[in-house]
Design a binder for this molecule. Structure first.
Ligand code: LLP
Length: 427
């Protein structure tokens, strides 16, 4: 398993897959399946890769919590010193619920509502990453109403191809994200002239699951060009936010090690005379992804005419990435099997042909066997839904020999607790 993305935190001992020191079958026994299993050590190692590479600088890692917003994940990261990149009032509420520092929060996203903007202003976040002129105007208006000055950064769309899946590229001209490159200086001038806005930074985010350094550096150079142009206009910035997007290895991808990418970026920042500025990153996947696995049990094995199917108890509602992006995620048997190896599509119980978790994997399987889907710590549980009235999975955090249920399995009654039927007598 040396090429394995989840090696280390998830490794086999005597043929049985463990998370840290806990055998996965013991977790399945105790908490049932499907269950997301996270390694505390791997999560913190993911954060430290950034923090270490930025040591000695004025810098802040703002974990993009859309990747995994479980309170325990947030609490561990906040205590390690992390800030947060949020995209909704709901995410802000989660940060506050674990006692996270709002002054370490950046607020991204193209559709912040007035209520969300007011909520963020009231608690005093680090900055709003502005994505359009109309949004800037709303932030200004809300700040004026509340008698505040809103700290802002403009999310620049550098029009750089991140060379990733089209659904997760965000920095191209035709993406909905960021302010068009040519329009950025005017927006800053507009903001700098406002009594209710305070220009503090600049940011970009060109995409997710990026496996090459070049697009990142290209976008950074374009961002630094803007920083220089603004300085010539007398607009000084306090921070530069290089977004997130570093990929992880699901199969055979070779993303740049975080330390290497950061060193290359910092070298450019320094060479261009901006070494004194605070540096921000907004990583999600590269922190949480390798720290989690989805544990699921084979229910049925079905030998079809053209294909073999292993029908497991997890489905697209638990892990949407394969159905949504045709994502390839590693599937590992949890324990050795004496059965014959065959090619299987791993599918769930949801009534959709797109309900697959993996395709054509050579595995020895029988009903009752456990499988672990790797790299599932990011964009797994956070994208889960209740489609087909399926309660969402449990989440377990492992710390050495101990494991904690950090979110219990949802109950069926909770699924319709907010619903009601029409009063009797209504037609
Ligand atoms: N900052 C902003 C403004 C973002 O939009 C994102 C992700 C991030 C940071 C974090 O990017 P990361 O380091 O995680 O790549 N659900 C998709 C990924 C969507 C990413 C959206 N934006 C997936 O499962 O592949």
């Amino acid at each position: 398993m040396s090429h394995d993305p989840i090696a280390g935190a998830f490794a086999a001992h005597d043929g049985v897959l463990h998370c840290e020191s806990v055998p996965l079958p013991a977790i399945a026994e105790r908490f049932g399946t499907p269950t997301y299993v996270y390694s505390r050590a791997a999560l913190l190692a993911g954060y430290r890769a950034y923090a270490d590479a930025l040591a000695g600088r004025s810098a802040l890692v703002c974990y993009a919590m859309k990747a995994n917003s479980n309170l325990t994940v947030l609490d561990l990261l906040a205590r390690a010193g992390s800030g947060f990149d949020i995209v909704s009032g709901g995410e802000l509420a989660r940060v506050l619920a674990v006692g996270g520092d709002p002054r370490k929060v950046v607020f991204s996203g193209v559709g912040k509502s007035e209520a969300e903007i007011a909520q963020a202003l009231a608690v005093g976040i680090l900055c709003f990453n502005i994505e359009s002129v109309p949004e800037l105007e709303v932030v200004e208006r809300v700040a004026q109403r509340l008698g505040k000055r809103a700290p802002i950064s403009v999310r620049v769309n550098p029009d750089v191809d991140p060379k990733t899946h089209p659904y997760i590229s965000t920095g191209l001209k035709n993406n909905k994200f960021g302010v068009a490159y040519a329009d950025v200086p005017a927006l800053y001038r507009r903001a700098a002239a406002s009594a209710h806005l305070e220009v503090v930074g600049i940011d970009f985010h060109i995409g997710s699951q990026i496996t090459e350094v070049a697009p990142y550096l290209e976008a950074a150079e374009r961002l630094l060009d803007v920083v220089d142009a603004l300085a010539r206009d007398g607009i000084g910035l306090h921070h530069i936010d290089f977004g997130g997007g570093v990929g992880i290895r699901y199969r055979d991808e070779t993303p740049p090690p975080v330390g290497e990418l950061i060193a290359a970026l910092l070298a450019r920042v320094d060479a261009r005379g901006h070494g004194g500025k605070t540096i921000l990153f907004e990583p999600g996947r590269s922190i949480a992804g390798p720290a989690g696995t989805l544990l699921t049990r084979v229910q049925y094995v079905k030998h079809g005419e053209a294909k073999n199917f292993a029908i497991v108890d997890a489905a697209m509602n638990d892990l949407a990435r394969p159905a949504m992006y045709q994502a390839w995620m590693p599937v590992h048997p949890v324990a050795p099997s004496a059965h014959e190896i065959a090619l299987y599509d791993i599918v769930g119980p949801v009534c959709e042909s797109s309900d697959w978790l993996a395709r054509e994997r050579a595995l020895a399987l029988a009903p009752g066997d456990l499988l672990a889907i790797g790299g599932a710590g990011a964009y797994g549980m956070s994208m889960a839904s209740n489609y087909n009235s399926r309660p969402r999975a449990a989440e377990v955090m492992v710390d050495g020999e101990r494991c904690y249920e950090v979110r219990r399995r949802e109950l069926v009654e909770e699924l319709f607790a907010g619903e009601s039927v029409l009063p009797t007598g209504s037609a």
